[in-house]
Design a protein around this ligand. Sequence first.
Ligand code: SER
Length: 618
Amino acid sequence: MNSEEIRQSFLQFFKEKGHFIVPSYSLVPENDPTSLFISAGMQPMIPYLLGESHPEGKRITDAQKCIRTIDIEEIGDNRHLTFFEMLGNWSLGDYYRKEQLSWFFEFLINKLKLDPNRLYATVFRGNKKIGINKDIESVEILKALFKRFGIKAKDIDFAEKNGMQGGRIFYYDESKNWWSRAGAPDKMPLGEPGGPDSEIFYDLGAELKIHEKSEFKDKPCHLNCDCGRFIEIGNSVFMEYIKTEKGFNLLSQKNVDFGGGLERLVLAVQNQLSPFETDLFKNIIIKIEELAKKKYIEFIVPIRIIADHLRATVFIVGDDRGIKPSNVDQGYIVRRLIRRAFRYGRQIGIENKFWMEQVADIVINDYEKNYPELRKNRNFIIEQINKEEEKFSQTLENGLKEFEKLKSINGKQAFNLYSTYGFPIEMTKELAQEKGIEIDEKEFETEIKKHKELSKTASIGKFKGGLADSGEKTVKLHTAAHLLLAVLRKVLGEYVEQKGSNITSERLRFDFSYSEKLTDKQINQVEKLVNEAIKKDLSINCNEMFLDEAKKQGAMGVFESKYGEKVKVYSIGEGSEIFSKEICGGPHAKSTGELGRFKIIKQESSSAGVRRIKAILE
Ligand code: SER
């Protein structure tokens, strides 16, 4: 099976089990202040996991674009990728453990034809401190599943200390078998949903001696061993808890949140040792080999890095949000990816001008069928990549010469490499590691902070998981954001559109299309109209309808492509007093009277043609 067949076979399999196929959401989260990118399929599903009804019912499936930026500098091994597609299925208070574990097993064996002897499972060990027991129920289900294939599945605890011991099902603690956007239970903020999970691993094979050849050879090998012999190909989360001040309570419904990396499933089916050797990367790697006049097999790591980084760049820049390389937020991630790919290109001898464009075009060709936005935004993508290459190619060589002169790197020097030669700090760190010289990171951060325009770069490290909360204050600010959009269109004109929003419990941040600075008079007018709508105590109602109907009724919606056929439309006000109508997942306040006083605390430019307003409710 090729990757397209595998993607479609997953979606069709779950469709046959009563799931509705929804398209991928944008890579950039909405209303989620702590996460730069969607890094798991469940992130956009949070309102529904918390109990909001999904317009398409209780069974949903999709292939979601994801970016994980924590490991950019680690890319090159046999399983990590910056961009990947996560195949997902959800039970929103419907089926639970038995169906989920059996269906995924059935999919792997009957549809993908994987050998059951190569499959292994993990489950939650339980933790008395948080009052959650060992996941015996999953173990029993898994044992029965393996038994169907004549496999006697022994359950084993503490394989991380004692090795595999002939086991098939393994218990791990909350660092491995618990899922929430924030990670383990103690890391979760109040109001965050989570639960124990069960992962399926694929064995690349003992005969390859992957563990024995790795740096971990002196420790016992087990499913979660970093040697990479066992690859996690799917994770079923049994999401039934919410963190409260008194510990873990049950959610109003028991959910299943399943996610499996498409690239890893393809690796298993195509019997390869890494995603880079599957059809998903074939054309990309052939192109890089051609440009470098080198063979993949001789330059595995740099070629993997180039392929991974440029593929991720195409998806981020091509995501309809107009993200460009910059020094902050998502733009800084793109800058790092392009510059790192470019440096590795030079390292393996690619000298052609605008060579990255050629790789980007391959990515667009390969993926446009499933992600038409890439073709639509092709010129923008190429323009951004070439501009960045132009900027960086002029300084890279001199920067490297400068770097070669250094015996150790203090903050000022690292900062100089950044500001004069455009070396992202992470690149300087990587170069220093390659050369075995020390770098004073702390001093570097201090230098950066001194330069105001770069102050946000230092905080990049904080954006790891997503923690959009569903607390009361956040919900009210969300409703205020709807009022704000309606009012902006009244005050500035009907062509004003929402370009993004980001809400914490303290404030809302709202981006919209408008090229000029708002005058004081306009700001006052906006505040006044929002506050009038609040005073009228308008009721907020939600209706489900087909997308066409929503559009006909004039409902606003930020990104059409992310919605399934049926959508939820939130209206503020009733009858002739409809103040705002938006396609939105919710949740919202019941009526505007709850909101308090609306106040704009800041306006600024977000990017060309886009203004940003920050506002609070007092
Ligand atoms: N949320 C889980 C994960 O990302 C399963 O979808 O692994």
